[in-house]
Design a binder for this molecule. Structure first.
Ligand SMILES: *Cc1c(COP(=O)(O)O)cnc(C)c1O
Length: 219
C-alpha cells in the first residue's frame, strides 16, 4: 500500500486554495500515521466514537473533522477537540453543538449540509430550510458555534453531467449567502468532492475536498 505516495500526488495536484481532508474512517491508526509523517494534519472521520479513539492515540496537532451524520447524544464526546463539523443539517443539532461547545468553553466551527443529490438517502437541508435556519432567532442567539461554510454530496452516479449540475447548484447557494457576514455566520469554505468526483468539484468551486479511498485504499 502506498499511502504516502497517494497522498502526496493528490496534494500536489490540488490548487493552493483547496484544503485536503484525508478521510480515514475504518482505517487503523498506523495508516493515519503514515499520512501524518508526510505532513497531513487534517483527518476526516464519520463516527464520533472512532474519531475520539483516534484523537486520544494520535499527536495533538491534528485537526479532526467530523464528516458523517451526527447523533445529538454523541456530540459531547467530540466537543472538547473537534475542529470542524461538516454535516450539520438541523437547528436542533446546532443547538446541541452550541451547548456542548459552551461547556468546553469553545466556539465550534460548523458547515451546514445542503441536500443536492437526487437520492433522498443523503442528509441535508433544502434551500428553504437553510433560509429558515439562518433567519431564526434561536440561531442568531447561539454564541458557541460558527457557520463557516457549506457542505454537500452529489448523487452516486457515473453521470458527470448530473454531478456537475449538483455541484454548480451548491456553489450558487454558497455564492448567494457568502456575503451575509455576521458574528456566527461567515461562509468561507465549500466542502464538496470525494475520491470519485473531487476534480469536478474543484472545477465547480469547491475549496475543501474529502478524500478517502484514493489515499488509503478501498474500505
Ligand atoms: C467516506 C466519505 C468521504 C470519502 O469518500 P471516498 O470515496 O473514500 O473518497 C467523503 N465524504 C463523506 C461524507 C464520506 O462519508
Amino acid at each position: 500500500m502506498a499511502i504516502k505516495e497517494n497522498l502526496l500526488s493528490i496534494k500536489n495536484s490540488l490548487p493552493e486554495n483547496v484544503t485536503l481532508i484525508a478521510v480515514s474512517k475504518t482505517k487503523p491508526v498506523a495508516d493515519l500515521m503514515e499520512a501524518y509523517t508526510v505532513g497531513q494534519r487534517i483527518f476526516g472521520e464519520n463516527k464520533i466514537q472512532e474519531m475520539t479513539e483516534k484523537w486520544e492515540q494520535m499527536p495533538k496537532d491534528i485537526a479532526w473533522h467530523m464528516i458523517g451524520h451526527i447523533q445529538s447524544n454523541k456530540v459531547k464526546f467530540m466537543a472538547p477537540f473537534v475542529s470542524l463539523v461538516h454535516g450539520v443539517d438541523s437547528l436542533k443539532l446546532l443547538e446541541e453543538i452550541n451547548k456542548q461547545a459552551l461547556k468546553n468553553n469553545r466556539i465550534i466551527d460548523c458547515l451546514l449540509q445542503i441536500h443536492i443529490a437526487e437520492e433522498d438517502t443523503k442528509f441535508g437541508l433544502n434551500e428553504l430550510e437553510l433560509a429558515d435556519l439562518l433567519s431564526s432567532e434561536t440561531f442568531k442567539n447561539l454564541k458557541n458555534i460558527k457557520i463557516v461554510g457549506l457542505m454537500g454530496m452529489a448523487t452516486f452516479t457515473e453521470d458527470q453531467v448530473q454531478i456537475k449540475k449538483e455541484f454548480q447548484h451548491l456553489k450558487s447557494i454558497f455564492d448567494r449567502y457568502k456575503n451575509l457576514k455576521s458574528e456566527i455566520c461567515d461562509l468561507k469554505f465549500l466542502s464538496m468532492g470525494m475520491s470519485g468526483d473531487y476534480q469536478l468539484a474543484i472545477e465547480c468551486g469547491s475549496t475543501m475536498v474529502r478524500i478517502g479511498s484514493s489515499i488509503f485504499g478501498n474500505r
